[in-house]
Design a protein around this ligand. Structure first.
Ligand SMILES: [Zn+2]
Length: 322
């Protein structure tokens, strides 16, 4: 793969992208001992419970509006350095509330980071507000209302993340109605931890234009056809899927089979340093592990721009840069 291919990322959780070096510096600044979770520049975890514990501990060292500006700017600069022209970051205003910073200051810090990165390297970025399923429908409706009322031009999408096995998608449909009415783009985590039924449920209850992961749709041929017919775009994160053992190895990962069946697929990194990956590595995997040509990979990047939650003028400019 040519290393100068332009890149786009649609699925990345901001706190999950925290660069280990920056986390280490932040921990030092606040006198927080993070050595059990971060060793030699690598986040350390061994099962899902310790992954969540590590994730929480890392999130703890980002406390202020300026910390969030710095985190956002640092990650976007890393992306720009590998030829990324557009990024959508998944953010949780509820997280801002839970850490005592407040949703507005949290979002304002992130937006400042986006502005700084754009000024430096002209990378475009937008925010997808997410509800967290394990906090229940009321909290997810709250997140949707927050995103709708914010009227912030950088908030352009709504997502549902968190524990997929909690409740049915229909319980969260109201939140998506609020987001849809506010003109936000819709995407939802499904078909990762849970099987094909969770993707069908998402299509039925939410009618999203994109699905986060969605890869387990491969278990149901009719569903694969439905995705292809609808043109629903999958935000596929192969490195994350392998790290979390959704599939045992890249050979059994369905990215290529989905693409060959006519499903629109794109490549993202999810929580990159936690899964010992990066967007750069995901693009390399597309070539080395899945055998896609540069033209195939560019087509996926183009699909990502076409599916991006941006205004048409920005989309046109991004397509021109590709
Ligand atoms: Zn995700």
């Amino acid at each position: 793969m040519r290393s100068d291919l332009k890149k786009v990322e649609l699925h990345c959780h901001l706190e999950g992208a925290a660069p280990p070096d920056l986390t280490e510096a932040q921990a030092r600044k606040y006198g927080i001992d993070i050595s059990a979770h971060l060793q030699d520049g690598v986040y350390v975890w061994h099962d899902f419970a310790s992954f969540l514990e590590c994730y929480d501990k890392v999130s703890e060292v980002y406390k202020t509006e300026e910390d969030y500006a710095l985190l956002t700017e640092t990650y976007l600069e890393e992306l720009a350095g590998i030829g990324t022209i557009y990024s959508e970051l998944i953010v949780s205003p509820d997280h801002g509330k839970r850490i005592g910073l407040g949703a507005d200051a949290y979002i304002s810090g992130v937006c400042e980071g986006i502005r700084r990165a754009k000024a430096k390297s002209s990378i475009e970025a937008r925010l997808i507000v997410t509800g967290e399923r394990h906090f229940g429908p009321e909290s997810v409706i709250g997140a949707a209302e927050y995103a709708a009322k914010a009227a912030n031009p950088l908030i352009t999408g709504f997502n549902l993340a968190g524990e997929e096995r909690m409740g049915r998608v229909a319980d969260y449909a109201r939140a998506f109605d609020i987001a849809r009415d506010a003109g936000l783009g819709l995407t939802i985590h499904a078909g990762e931890v849970c099987g094909a039924f969770s993707v069908s449920d998402a299509l039925d209850a939410v009618r999203p234009s994109r699905i986060g992961h969605g890869v387990r749709a491969i278990e149901d041929a009719d569903l694969v056809k439905r995705l292809a017919d609808l043109g629903t775009v999958l935000e596929v994160c192969p490195g994350s899927n392998i790290a979390l053992k959704v599939f045992p190895d890249f050979d059994s990962h369905p990215l290529r089979r989905l693409r060959d069946a006519g499903v629109k697929v794109t490549i993202s990194s999810d929580d990159p340093p936690f899964f010992h990956t990066s967007l750069k590595r995901e693009y390399e995997l597309a070539s080395q592990a899945f055998g896609f040509s540069d033209a195939d990979i560019n087509a996926m990047t183009q699909t990502a721009i076409e599916a991006a939650f941006v205004d048409e003028e920005t989309r046109k400019a991004l397509l021109a840069r590709l």
